[in-house]
Write a protein that binds this ligand. Structure first.
Ligand code: SAM
Length: 260
């Protein structure tokens, strides 16, 4: 029998974070997608649609769903038939296994490559992808700057990065409600769905300790990206970041105009 992971302290030391975070996702991998749908009251379907409009993969492009977990984004992207290749990379075996199983159930030919790899030390050569998408992933990294530099390395010049991450709502009243929901309701709700409480306590705490959108935008720019934008969705419950890897030459990117 596997032991349930422990409730996290207010701030997990960076040296332990990777191990602890992977334990959380290994513990809930089989039920993660159900928890995502129930705990966001279905809002994630709307958020993902909006995020994918930012990515808008061109025909034949190579797309990486980084920290892709069970491949929620990758399946949608591969389903459009546009990419030449779609890969999911994640550190949690349980999330990857759940994703492979779900993809087999939906499309027996499995159009996705599943790779166990650390986002801070990716096992891909430079310039391997035309687009990278990260759904609720960067908040989990021990060293965000290092992760962004790794994304920059594996993207082709002119390639597109799109990130969806939780943030704090802009309206004061919604913030009050959100704090109450995430600290008092979510851990119990999460335990009911997955049998585990600690990953949801971690979720609430990690959203509070993650830098605000302006700082994240600056960090993305410092990692070698241009045209960095951020767009709040649902009053800032999540923020979508979009950026282009800086070109070395005057090659024209194959991506369309940014969505305002
Ligand atoms: C909240 S889940 C998001 C899953 C998926 N991207 C989605 O949109 O639903 C975060 C994922 O990040 C992964 N993760 C956390 N730290 C990681 C790291 N250093 N390298 C790779 N994956 C990591 C976890 O294993 C987990 O599957």
């Amino acid at each position: 029998m596997t032991m349930s992971p422990k409730i996290p302290p207010k701030q997990i030391p960076a040296s332990d974070k990777k191990k602890v975070v992977v334990q959380y996702f290994d513990a809930i991998g089989q039920r993660y997608d159900l928890a995502d749908t129930l705990m966001s009251f279905g809002l994630h379907f709307f958020w993902r649609r909006a995020v994918l409009k930012h990515l808008a993969p061109a025909k034949g492009s190579r797309i990486l769903d980084l920290c892709g977990g069970a491949g929620e984004f990758a399946r949608r992207i591969a389903g459009t038939g546009a990419p030449g290749m779609t890969a999911v990379s994640d550190l949690s075996r349980s999330m990857l296994a759940a994703g492979k199983r779900r993809t087999r159930e939906k499309t027996p030919e499995n159009p996705i490559q599943w790779v166990r790899s650390d986002a801070e030390q990716l096992g891909f050569a430079e310039n391997s992808f035309d687009g990278v998408i990260v759904g609720y992933g960067i908040r989990n990294l021990s060293d965000l700057s290092r992760g962004l530099h790794e994304i920059q390395r594996v993207l082709v010049p002119g390639g597109k990065l799109v990130i969806m991450e939780f943030s704090i709502p802009q309206s004061r009243w919604l913030r009050v409600l959100y704090h109450w929901y995430s600290f008092w309701v979510m851990p119990g709700f999460g335990r009911l769905i997955t049998g585990e409480e600690a990953p949801f306590v971690y979720l609430a705490k990690s959203i509070r300790t993650f830098p605000p959108p302006k700082k994240v935008r600056e960090m993305i720019a410092s990692a070698g990206f241009v045209r960095v934008t951020n767009q709040p969705l649902s009053n800032g419950l999540v923020t979508v970041y979009s950026a282009i890897k800086q070109e070395r030459s005057c090659h024209t990117p194959s991506w369309g105009p940014d969505i305002p």
